[in-house]
Design a protein around this ligand. Structure first.
Ligand code: H79
Length: 625
């Protein structure tokens, strides 16, 4: 396949978004469909404007790469509504209430006038975030509704037009920076209440008979970015909403360039430039490689399934199921889940931007405060295994995660072994010394068997959330590949390279030196065939070793074996690169030669691409002939 890029994050429906949030609440959902292709594209396209060298870029990104943990703040006039309108609870996230509640813009703007955060205490917010162990903060300067948390000269829908009557960003920036944290700004490129936003919602009754003026809207965005750059010089610019139809490729590129010019030191996310068609998959080849698409990828409400060590990315995550405050949402993730998510993200080479949604008075919800305290307590002990570390060398650990820095591997143990033994699969480098972080008195011994290295640990886990064990090693860790899969004796393997391919662009893709697969399966009528000879009648399981990107799944396939047929539905394997054996069914073959053909079950119903196919296996069922 040409590796279509998929953004499973920005769910197109409320239920999908809810399901997404729901999934995050239950273990073991830390493993979610991958974003590798997406992220690779971000970096590939991240070639910054001409003057910046790779070394300069590394220097600019350095603090952010070391930070690993930031706080997202969603705060605005929606916070005061608390997710309710007309006495009714409005489903979905709080900051979207104007849209999901179909609130007439005039009523929303009128209601906003009462926004007066009398309990707002930026110093205590900043202390809370510092004590939580966060290294940066990103706050919504303006969300989709258009309300500005600062005194904007180009908008009446701002803090000066409501009861607050003062700039709410400046005191926060001061306190955040006083605590040694970096201050960043979120900015949505849409504006539901602006007269010139052409994506005006049907219930926007503010501008009857007035046609939106694109040039005026662009000038408005420019002016606001200039205001924000001048007043707050943000360390991070976190754009949002670039997928909206009215936002054009040109506007995105222009705004990105302006942001670079105004804030050359800022770290900018990937949601300004329109680099994917709507919310649909982005194809790597469709993206100009020299285009500046931002500094980091932004998986929303999910953690990539696999490590993305060479890419800058940040998972943004809510503690409950809303970004903006909602009184009814008490579905908070446990501290344990949040700690493990931070560990998971770090182990894969990313940052975590964890959200708080203060209420209309400026109070951060108590459950959020509690969780931040707990995260801080854990990081106080274990911070050396998170900050300034890189993706771990051992990615497949059944009992936890790993991170690393020069000369040290950190093991984050989620499931403490009942038998006191932790296997270190694939680690060839000899461990010089092992210690439990924060518990120097606890004994940990290393043990080497023919199979692998092990750790022998005491009976009880010091932390039920994640106990960190530091392994001291010489030089970079060396890993050995896992032993090759053992195939059942007598298995017939039909390789991609031996297939007869027909139809469309169906062809071979070389992955590694010894691994190839059939790919580009975009034509519904395409077929891959082999001739198979069985000397005797044999009962076999028919297994396809295939891969499928999330988003491309759901096609039905058919395997013809002589005059017998098997059918199945292709499920996602995480990416086009991750192959998994899929058993399609059992039947009796032979003696004699037959044709075996893999095809789409219904050529006309096929969408996108059927699968990547590495091989077909005919596995004899033991004890039968
Ligand atoms: O600011 C937070 C979200 O409001 C914003 N990005 C994060 C950081 C965001 N805007 N749009 N989206 C995310 C994706 C769109 C989701 C939607 Fe829906 C699904 C819009 C309509 C259906 C979620 C569910 C919002 C309303 C209902």
């Amino acid at each position: 396949m040409s590796r279509p890029l998929m953004w499973p994050v920005l769910a197109a429906t409320a239920s999908a978004a809810a399901a997404c949030a729901q999934d995050l609440a239950t273990e073991p959902r830390l493993e979610r469909p991958g974003l590798r292709e997406q992220m690779t594209a971000v970096v590939a396209g991240a070639a910054s404007p001409a003057p910046e060298t790779p070394a300069q870029r590394d220097a600019r990104m350095a603090w952010w790469r070391d930070a690993r943990f930031g706080i997202f703040i969603h705060w605005g006039v929606y916070s005061r509504l608390e997710g309710r309108w007309d006495g009714k609870d409005i489903p979905s996230v709080g900051e979207w209430i104007m849209e999901t509640g179909k609130i007439p813009a005039s009523a929303y703007v009128r209601e906003a006038r009462a926004f007066n955060p009398t309990a707002y205490d930026p110093a205590s917010w900043a202390a809370l975030f510092r004590d939580a162990g966060a290294k940066y903060v990103v706050i919504t300067s303006r969300h989709h509704d258009g309300f500005c948390l600062w005194d904007s000269k180009v908008s009446d829908f701002d803090v000066m037009g409501v009861a607050a009557g003062r700039d709410l960003l400046a005191p926060l920036k001061r306190e955040i920076e006083r605590q040694g944290l970096k201050f960043g700004l979120y900015y949505s490129i849409m504006d539901w209440t602006h007269p010139d936003w052409s994506g005006r919602r049907a219930w926007n009754d503010l501008w009857p008979g007035r046609a939106p003026d694109r040039a005026a809207f662009d000038a408005y965005i420019d002016a606001q970015l200039r205001e924000l750059a001048a007043a707050y010089d943000p360390a991070v610019v976190w754009f949002d909403g670039e997928w909206e139809d009215p936002w054009t490729v040109e506007e995105g590129a222009r705004t990105q360039a302006l942001t670079r010019a105004l804030m050359p030191h800022a770290i900018v996310n990937d949601r300004c430039v329109k680099a994917r068609p709507g919310m649909r998959p982005r194809r790597q080849r469709e993206q100009a490689m020299d285009q500046d698409v931002g500094d980091f990828g932004t998986p929303e409400q999910e953690v990539p399934r696999k490590a993305l060590p060479d890419v800058d990315w940040e998972t943004c995550l809510t503690m409950n199921d809303t970004w903006g405050y909602k009184a009814s949402d008490t579905n908070f993730k446990s501290t344990r889940e949040l700690i493990r998510t931070l560990v998971d993200v770090s182990s894969k080479g990313g940052n975590l931007l964890l959200n708080v949604g203060p209420d209309g008075l400026g109070r951060i919800p108590e459950p959020s405060i509690q969780r931040l305290h707990d995260l801080g307590a854990w990081l106080k002990v274990n911070g050396e295994a998170i900050y300034a570390t890189r993706a771990g060398p051992i990615q497949k650990l059944s009992w936890g995660r790993s991170t690393q820095r020069d000369g040290v591997i950190y093991l984050h143990v989620f499931d403490w072994p009942r038998d006191g033994r932790l296997p270190l699969p694939g680690l060839k480098t000899t461990v010089k010394k092992a210690r439990v972080v924060g518990h120097p008195d606890l004994p940990v011994r290393t043990l080497v068997t023919e199979e692998q290295q092990w750790l022998e640990v005491p009976g009880v886990a010091p932390s039920a959330d994640a106990t960190v064990i530091a392994l001291e090693i010489d030089g970079p860790p060396v890993m050995v590949a896992p032993p090759p899969e053992k195939l059942t004796e007598g298995t017939i393997v039909l390789g991609a390279g031996d297939a007869r391919l027909a139809g469309g662009r169906l062809g071979l893709e070389q992955r590694d030196a010894d691994k190839q697969n059939i790919g580009y399966w975009t034509d519904g009528a395409a077929t891959a065939s082999w001739s198979v000879t069985l000397p005797a009648s044999t009962l076999v399981d028919v297994v396809l070793v295939l891969s499928c990107l999330p988003g491309a799944e759901g096609n039905d396939f058919q395997v013809d074996l002589g005059d017998q047929h098997l059918r199945g539905t292709v499920r996602s394997t995480g990416s086009w690169e991750e192959f998994e054996p899929v058993t399609c069914g059992r039947l009796r073959l032979g003696p004699g030669t037959i044709d075996l053909t893999v095809r789409a079950a219904d050529p006309r119903a096929m969408h996108f691409a059927l699968m990547n196919l590495q091989e077909v296996r005919l596995v004899p069922v033991k004890g039968t002939r």
